[in-house]
Ligand binder design. Structure first.
Ligand code: BGP
Length: 570
């Protein structure tokens, strides 16, 4: 280990110890203590509701592997991420953490951790192997273009699921249930078959109908056993931060990496506005068909569905009127653009006109009439719960136009690089990581609380699940994820991070938020889309030793929280 890193870790550890009240030494500085939530005086043990669902989350491309069988035959068709990951770092998800072959071992580790739910995603490329992974029947012409086949009523026809892929998900679900773990399915966690990306993915409205048929097929296949469903993962990250935007840029003939540094947040939102709208429309279409099936008794009557949002409600840099005002605008625009259509049936006031005023091509490509009928439909199909992924949140301040920007905005499309930039003329957004925040942006449990509250208000306090939260560190930052001499993995930073966020959840419930469960990201170190370096797991995966699983200290901490259904306030 090099010296700089050793010093850094030493400093950070003392900050953590000071912040968690474990063992302060004289050099300790308070670690953004203002970011911790304050608990009611006299709080001692923080108990969670009896039915609180403590769980963990993953996504298919990040854990499954299982791209080929032993004879080299494809077990799934290609996904866009097979290209993305390889293009960026030369790595790929062919094996990932091999959950495809080791799901029984992994479920046993979940059971040992005491988790009550496992959120995983279905891989469309695995479930539909033929026809380039399209979930509907169709034909492919010589140039590779897909044309859906329609029935006599002009409707799409569901494709036959691939029996081997289907067997995998059935086995996984049955194994979870046999271990008393609730399966929670994400229908779309970004790994579209390559063919659907070539067909325009969410820029193409027709994809929303194909997605609806896919959702219906999945409900019919697994809805007898699965109670918790999320439709689509993270509209912001999918459409703006990473692959959606890169698809848009490539389609424009622009190299995504050279343009990355010139892409301001509003430009990225503008470029993907139609796709964002279609993403939300697809959610509503899945909810509609889900409720039809539930009403007709075709799936469990207690099954529930919702969408997973990636939000971070910004903190104002100061109490100045201007900072407070731009922070409100930022939150309404940046978070509201995804949430308001679903729960209010409208986009935030002024956001569409503002984006169009920046560039006339930043618009949803629909007639006013179609847009308003879509919003009516979306507003009528919000789902049964709302789900939140939270890692961090930015600090926002007013920046006079006369102040020269230190740099062009870096809302980079490469995952994992969070930086600062301008948003809408005079809004400065700062997302520098702090010690406990690792490479996710700053550690900010108060931001978690604020985001939960904001989302609860925006969704009329509908039941809420946290579907992702956690932290990953890597060698470029702070590497605490190593097998120690004693054979364990000691990750006090991750434990401290979790503890701070559990307190924030407790407080939100105490303050009336209808929070039903929490899925940590992640139980396993996994393929963080383009690299294995960022380790988010409570279980260490050893790439030098046959992907051996070793529970980290944070795993045992989580186990104790679940067992006690709460944690100490101190
Ligand atoms: C979320 C994704 C997850 C996972 C997580 C890790 O955006 O839904 O799939 O990748 O982020 O966080 P990070 O973006 O810091 O890598």
């Amino acid at each position: 280990m090099n010296k700089t890193k050793t010093v850094l870790i030493g400093t950070v550890l003392s900050l953590v110890l000071a912040a968690t009240g474990c063992n302060s030494d004289s050099d300790s500085q308070p670690l953004s203590e203002s970011n911790e939530v304050s608990l009611p005086a006299g709080s001692n043990f923080l108990s969670f509701p009896n039915d609180f669902l403590w769980g963990s989350a993953t996504a298919a491309y990040q854990v499954e592997g299982g791209r080929y069988d032993e004879s080299g035959k494809k077990l799934r068709t290609d996904t866009y991420w097979d290209l993305m990951a390889t293009y960026q770092t030369g790595t790929n998800g062919d094996v990932a953490i091999d959950q495809y072959n080791r799901y029984q071992e992994d479920v046993a580790l979940m059971a040992k951790a005491g988790v009550k739910a496992y959120r995983f995603s279905l891989s469309m490329p695995r479930l539909f192997l033929t026809n380039n992974g399209f979930p509907v029947k169709g034909t492919i012409n010589a140039t590779g273009a897909f044309t859906p086949t329609l029935d006599a009523d002009g409707k799409l026809i569901p494709a036959e699921p691939n029996p081997i892929g289907l067997a995998y998900y059935n086995n996984l679900i049955d194994e979870l249930l046999a271990n008393g773990i609730e399966p929670a399915i994400t229908l779309f966690h970004w790994d579209f078959p390559l063919g659907m990306v070539k067909a325009g993915e969410f820029n193409n409205r027709a994809i929303t109908d194909q997605y609806q048929v896919y959702a219906q097929t999945a409900f019919k296949l697994f809805g007898d056993r699965v109670k918790i469903w999320t439709t689509l993962n993270e509209p912001f990250s999918y459409n703006v931060l990473n692959n959606g935007l890169s698809v848009a840029l490539r389609a424009d003939g622009v190299d995504q990496y050279s343009i990355a540094k010139y892409v301001t947040l509003e430009k990225a939102l503008g470029l993907r506005l139609t796709a964002i709208h279609n993403y939300i429309l697809a959610h509503a279409k899945a909810v509609e068909v889900f409720h039809k099936l539930r009403n007709s008794g075709a799936i469990r009557s207690d099954a529930q569905i919702g969408m997973t949002f990636d939000l971070g409600v910004a903190k104002s840099a100061s109490n100045s009127e201007k900072d407070l005002e731009v922070t409100k605008i930022y939150n309404d625009f940046k978070n509201g653009i995804f949430v308001y259509p679903v729960f209010k049936g409208r986009y935030p006031d002024g956001v569409l006109s503002k984006l169009a005023s920046i560039d006339p091509k930043y618009k949803i490509n629909l007639s006013d009439q179609q847009l308003s009928s879509d919003l009516d439909f979306i507003g009528k199909n919000p789902g049964d719960f709302v789900a939140l992924n939270y890692y961090s949140r930015p600090v926002v301040s007013y920046r006079a136009a006369s102040v020269s920007s230190p740099a062009v905005s870096f809302w980079t499309i490469q995952k994992g690089i969070m930086d600062s930039g301008t948003f809408l003329d005079n809004i400065w957004v700062d997302k520098q990581p702090n010690a406990l925040g690792g490479n996710n942006g700053p550690y900010d449990p108060q931001g978690f609380y604020d985001t939960i509250k904001w989302l609860s208000d925006a969704s009329n306090n509908i039941p809420m699940y946290i579907t992702e939260n956690g932290t990953g560190y890597n060698s470029a930052n702070i590497n605490e994820d190593n097998i120690a001499a004693d054979g364990g993995v000691h990750d006090p930073l991750r434990t401290a991070y979790l503890k701070g966020h559990f307190k924030a959840m407790w407080k939100a419930i105490h303050d009336g938020v209808n929070l039903k469960g929490y899925m940590v990201w992640s139980l396993f170190d996994n393929l963080e889309w383009t690299s294995f370096d960022k380790r988010f797991g409570l279980i260490y995966i050893d790439h030098n030793d046959n992907l051996k699983r070793t529970p980290k200290d944070s795993y045992y901490y989580y186990n104790s929280v679940i067992k006690n259904n709460g944690l100490s306030a101190n």
